[in-house]
Design a binder for this molecule. Structure first.
Ligand code: 4AZ
Length: 434
């Protein structure tokens, strides 16, 4: 090998002006700081999120004064944020108001109107009745939908006198002792379509239910968890039990799921307001009723429909067949049911229910007892607020699942709020929101 012609490497030619950095060098110079920055940001976000979760768990944020207060101070009846935000959206207590001036009888849905001066009720005479009066009567009961009305003859009313009473400052002829109702006909009034189900329940006892059979059944969810049942009574209103809100008074933590038999917490609806009645200290088990106003009205469909309220004058005899539905425990100390359940039970008269071996006088006239005295079929935890239903042609919510000693035990059947005893309160609340 001729080595004379060889020159040292560094003398072979001019050296390159800039040496290109290797991939490793670029990674070290740019990549590592970038990754470090990214990781730091991600860590900050995660920590901030965890701090937010922890704060939300224990504190309420006063948005106007940027102050945190302990969560127990939210909805405690005392203003703790300077602007009172902590008491802004909480369950509201509404006392039963004076009697609303209209009511509907079980006798062919006939309308009765109150004469406020004498405190007596009259049949509404059909003589001068028109759509404006029908709307006024329904508005008294808190309804906003278009009513329908017709004339009906009541056998013992022919030749009976009437006198004029007022409704919303309009003169309306009502029947009373004195003068005759000219047409001899009274008004049958329907304020909204309700209680129509696509299919009749066939299974006896307990079993899986279809939502199209019970399209008014909803799930009331607290922080995305099913907590209670409820019934749609109007596109904007859900009827349920007051005890569902006992320790959970903040409206924004509640949502409503409608139109499904399978429990789920997606596509739930926001709640605008929640109303309850004050506790009656003489009868602490009474008044277990609440109204939930939705932020926007429900779209009525085959799986989302309202149920009717009971008539003011319908007394159900003992042993009347009734139905209950819900996602509650399928046995005492059990778990929630993923799919809606239904069961047929019977009305039990208050004296049987108040017996020494049963509820020992705890049952007032604002409570219904229903189930089977031998036990077995009953509602349970998680069914609370859901409907106890009666069907004399259309479905009515006659009771609300309230309480009971255990579930399915003999002698202690389920206890239900008697909706009929609270019609005036329901109408008063709905009317106050028109
Ligand atoms: C409850 O805890 C409950 N067996 C509901 C209904 C009944 C008992 C308890 C009736 O919500």
């Amino acid at each position: 090998m001729d080595t004379d012609t060889e020159q040292p490497l560094n003398k072979r030619g001019p050296p390159p002006a800039h040496k290109r950095p290797t991939a490793t060098q670029t990674f070290k110079r740019l990549g590592i700081p970038l990754i470090a920055t990214g990781l730091s940001i991600a860590a900050i976000i995660v920590i901030a999120f965890l701090i937010k979760l922890a704060l939300e768990r224990y504190y309420f944020f006063c948005s106007k004064t940027f102050k945190f207060i302990p969560l127990q101070q939210q909805c405690n009846g005392q203003i703790d944020c300077s602007w009172g935000e902590d008491e802004d959206s909480c369950v509201q207590k509404v006392a039963d108001g004076p009697p609303v001036e209209a009511r509907i009888s079980k006798d062919r849905s006939t309308l009765q109107v109150l004469d406020k001066e004498t405190g007596t009720w009259f049949w509404a005479c059909h003589d001068n009745f028109d759509m404006a009066l029908a709307k006024a009567a329904c508005k008294q009961m808190g309804y906003t939908s278009i009513p329908t009305f017709s004339a009906v003859h009541i056998a013992n009313m022919q030749g009976l006198p009437f006198r004029e009473v007022t409704l919303n400052n309009r003169v309306l002829r009502g029947q009373d002792s004195g003068r005759q109702c000219l047409s001899g006909a009274v008004v049958s009034l329907t304020c909204s379509t309700c209680g129509e189900s696509a299919r009749a329940p066939r299974v006896l006892g307990g079993g899986q239910a279809r939502i199209s059979t019970w399209p008014w059944q909803v799930s009331l969810q607290h922080k995305s968890q099913h907590h209670c049942g409820g019934s749609i009574i109007d596109p904007s209103w859900i009827l349920t039990a007051a005890h569902c809100f006992q320790q959970n008074l903040a409206t924004q933590n509640w949502r409503v799921k409608a139109g499904t038999e399978i429990l789920s917490n997606v596509n739930t609806l926001a709640v605008e307001k929640i109303f309850i009645i004050d506790v009656n200290y003489m009868f602490p088990k009474d008044n277990d009723i609440a109204l939930v106003k939705l932020s926007s009205p429900l779209n009525i469909s085959g799986t989302v429909k309202p149920i009717c309220l009971p008539f003011f004058d319908e007394e159900l005899p003992p042993e009347t067949p009734l139905w209950v539905t819900g996602w509650g425990y399928t046995k005492q100390d059990g778990t929630l049911s993923k799919s809606l359940q239904q069961a047929e039970i019977k009305l039990i008269d208050s004296s049987t229910c108040n017996a020494m071996e049963a509820y020992q006088g705890e049952i007032s006239d604002k409570i219904l007892c229903a189930g089977l005295m031998e036990g077995g079929v009953d509602t349970c935890q998680g069914d609370s607020g859901g409907p106890l239903m009666y069907n004399p042609g259309h479905w009515q919510v006659v009771g609300l699942v309230s309480w009971g000693h255990g579930c399915g035990r003999p002698s202690t059947p389920g206890i239900y709020t008697k909706v009929q005893a609270y019609l005036n309160w329901i109408y008063t609340v709905q009317r106050s929101e028109l």
